[in-house]
Design a protein around this ligand. Structure first.
Ligand SMILES: [Zn+2]
Length: 453
């Protein structure tokens, strides 16, 4: 926020203290600010795979006493979007949206098997003379996805052993086990930054919170499983889900321990971010955003994502910090395509952080197909945030609605109170489905490798 702000936005800025207050305010800040000189400092985009918004310390509230001091510190000196929304709870569609600033109905990468077939923000920055480099931590984002467009360096070297083993590994319950631990990805990225002599755009992707949950010591035992949320025992969960038509359902034996280890992965990832930030010059601009969340047994989705459209999967966060970026907290919902569109203006002028508007925000999923379970509702499914109401349309056309502020657990379906609106949402979801399938990009070669999730 450098100087002026319009009267309309001025009253919506909470800012300044950096502490998360109660309530909901928009902001912002740099949207109408005076452009600063093009920085010679790096612009760094960090994507955190599978990082639930409520596991960020500044947002909190998952039943753990979560420790994310490095991300909290970054949020305290910048702008935190506490309720950013993934366009889909899947890695490729969400990253394609961040890297193009377009919704999936526009860019066409609608599942993890899609191949993006257009330029990215890296293409724009490269064409403007920037050095561009990407360092990803999972095979799911390797160059077969087309997300390497515009990156002069695209480091998807996950290790020869993992590449050779990919066929068998992907038959496992958690297919993208061809991954690189975050500290190694960060080390490679920092080395690349240090070798640059011109303005650099770095995208670094950290995958650790994605299953399997196996953080390195001391994070593997840092959170006490007995203190974790009680998601029920596996036998009860299996019986309940069988009653809803699920078969071959995978349910871990020790749900509490798994939830605690997920929290350990989150704190480990925070530590990696701390290492990365410490290596950056003081005038670096950094944006950190998660691509989707993770269901920890809520609503019948077990330690995963991709099937359901509830808050644990769709709600993410974004943090922007750097020269000229206001200290502020934005609690109103904002879609990731708006964050994506802001990245090039932010890199080149320091301006352009988005302000929430009143347009409905849509999300969808075509679901995960896995031999490990048979989903009785194959989808696609849709969600629409419209003011205080969040609508969910399942694969059979059933419409539900939740008042997301008053009912954050999404337990009380209020769709019957407004059947006219429900019918409109259903019709809009069908129109969106037609748009998505018309825009659908080609499928990547990953299918040939047996990757079907
Ligand atoms: Zn992901």
């Amino acid at each position: 926020m450098r100087g002026s702000q319009s009267p309309r936005t001025a009253g919506r800025i909470r800012a300044a203290t950096g502490l998360l207050a109660v309530g909901s305010l928009g902001i912002l800040a740099c949207a109408e600010g005076t452009p600063r000189p093009v920085p010679s400092a790096p612009f760094v985009l960090v994507t955190l795979d599978t990082f639930r918004a409520d596991h960020l310390g500044r947002i909190g509230g998952a039943g753990h006493r979560l420790e994310t001091p490095n991300l909290d510190a970054l949020a305290d000196r910048g702008t935190l979007y506490s309720r950013a929304l993934a366009p889909a709870p899947q890695t490729v569609p969400s990253h394609a949206t961040l890297l193009t600033g377009e919704a999936p109905a526009s860019h066409g990468a609608i599942t993890n098997r899609s191949r993006l077939d257009r330029p990215t923000i890296a293409s724009q920055l490269r064409d403007a003379g920037w050095r561009t480099g990407a360092f990803v931590s999972s095979f799911v984002l390797a160059r077969h996805t087309g997300l390497d467009a515009g990156f002069e360096t695209y480091d998807d070297l996950l290790g020869l052993r993992e590449r050779i083993g990919v066929g068998s590994l992907f038959r496992d319950r958690f297919p993208p086990t061809a991954e690189r631990r975050g500290d190694r990805t960060a080390a490679a990225a920092i080395d690349w930054l240090q070798r640059g002599t011109t303005r650099s755009f770095l995208w670094i992707h950290l995958y650790d919170p994605h299953a399997p949950y196996d953080p390195p010591p001391p994070w593997d035992r840092h959170y006490d499983a007995s203190g974790a949320d009680a998601p029920g025992n596996p036998q009860q969960v299996r019986a309940s889900m069988a009653g809803q038509g699920w078969t071959n359902l995978f349910v871990p034996q020790d749900l509490r321990a798994a939830v605690a280890r997920y929290a350990g992965e989150v704190s480990w990832t925070d530590a990696v971010v701390g290492t990365l930030v410490a290596a950056l010059p003081a005038d670096a601009t950094i944006v950190v955003v998660s691509d989707h969340g993770e269901s920890l047994v809520e609503h019948g989705e077990f330690l995963g994502h991709g099937r359901t459209l509830y808050e644990p999967s769709l709600r993410v966060f974004a943090i922007a910090a750097g020269p000229g970026i206001a200290r502020a907290v934005v609690d109103d919902p904002i879609p990731l395509d708006a964050i994506g569109r802001a990245l090039v203006p932010l890199a080149t002028t320091g301006a352009g952080l988005p302000v929430p508007d009143s347009e409905p925000i849509w999300a969808f999923t075509y679901g995960e197909r896995s031999e490990a379970s048979v989903d009785p509702d194959p989808g696609p499914r849709f969600a629409s945030y419209d003011g205080p109401t969040k609508w969910i349309v399942d694969g059979r056309g059933n419409v539900r609605a939740f008042q997301w502020r008053e009912d954050p657990g999404e337990m009380h379906d209020v769709a019957a109170e407004d059947p006219t609106a429900a019918a409109i949402v259903l019709a809009e979801s069908q129109a969106l489905r037609a748009q998505l399938e018309a825009a659908r990009s080609t499928e990547s070669a990953v299918r040939a490798l047996g990757y079907t999730e």
